[in-house]
Design a protein around this ligand. Structure first.
Ligand code: SIN
Length: 296
């Protein structure tokens, strides 16, 4: 009832683990797959090992989480074993990758073996990476093109909401040959400790995830669905089945769940059973609700 084909990949349901949470080891990715995720996305992996920003790198705020991890990772040269172990979960494993430019992205995509690549051109707080390259449509097009030439696997491009017009970046990814876009990465944000007067995060500012950003993400997905010919994958603040349905109605072909996994490790199974009950009660199919908000 919930199964779908997404950029050539077969998914048992449209609910994926988002990049950045439970995605550093093959064991945790496999556990998410066994917990009902339709696919899993790794933590973002780069060319060389990187220790990331200094602590605190993640704090809970009223309406979600603020993080500035700084893309810590062991390098793609030390990561294939984790992807291979994640594959034991028997769902597609998507490698989230980042680089400073087209050469680094294509070096990784030409070497790692995964079911798809998700290009992180959207981390809001990593100097020289992420949104610093992903806010320029020309660079996004060039990077996407380079990765497409380096690999035969599907290429998804994860977009930043921290731009004036996300549609122009989505169009650039599409021109570069992207098979899908993923919207959105975190929203640039900060918090200050009033006892000391210092910013709380080691990096001073970071990216906001969780419930607060859901309406921002819904609007981005809605606009991208209207603008692009390729599928949009929705992410940002999904906490329960109603949020997932809302994203699909906005035009997301599938969704990713990040922050909420921290509170409920069974969230994928919980959401898929509630979604099935909802569709049954309404006598709707996934096809009926996909982009429904545009049909009114
Ligand atoms: C990080 O590792 O800094 C987070 C990645 C991201 O926001 O894309």
């Amino acid at each position: 009832m919930l199964s779908l084909s997404l950029t050539g990949l077969k998914l048992k349901n449209p609910l994926m683990l988002a990049a950045g949470i439970m995605g550093t080891t093959g064991g945790s990715l496999k556990r998410m797959a066994e917990g009902g995720a339709g696919a899993v996305v790794t933590k973002s992996i780069g060319v060389g090992p990187k220790s990331g920003h200094s602590n605190p790198s993640m704090v809970e705020v009223d309406c979600g989480y603020l993080n500035a991890m700084g893309l810590p990772n062991p390098s793609y040269k030390n990561f294939q074993g984790e992807i291979d172990m994640a594959k034991e979960g028997r769902v597609p494993v998507i490698a989230s990758i980042f680089g400073a430019g087209a050469d680094e992205f294509s070096e990784i995509a030409g070497s790692l073996r995964a079911d798809a690549f998700e290009l992180n051109v959207s981390c809001p707080h990593a100097c020289g990476y992420g949104a610093q390259v992903g806010s320029d449509p020309n660079l996004v097009e060039e990077i996407t093109k380079a990765v497409k030439s380096a690999t035969n696997t599907p290429v998804w491009v994860k977009l930043t909401p921290n731009v004036t017009d996300i549609k122009s970046i989505g169009l650039a990814a599409q021109r570069g040959g992207a098979d899908a876009v993923v919207a959105i990465n975190t929203v640039r944000a900060m918090a200050i400790d009033i006892e000391s007067g210092y910013p709380i995060l080691g990096n001073k500012f970071g990216g906001l995830s969780g419930r607060a950003i859901k309406p921002v993400a819904i609007k981005c997905v809605y606009d991208l669905y209207e603008t692009l010919d390729i599928p949009v994958i929705g992410v940002g603040g999904i906490s329960d089945w109603k949020d997932a349905v809302e994203f699909i109605m906005a035009g997301a072909k599938a969704v990713q769940i990040g922050s909420a996994v921290g509170n409920n490790i069974n969230i994928f199974n919980d959401i898929s059973s509630c979604m099935q009950a909802f569709l049954k009660e309404k006598q709707w199919t996934m096809k009926d609700i996909y982009g429904m908000a545009h049909k009114k």
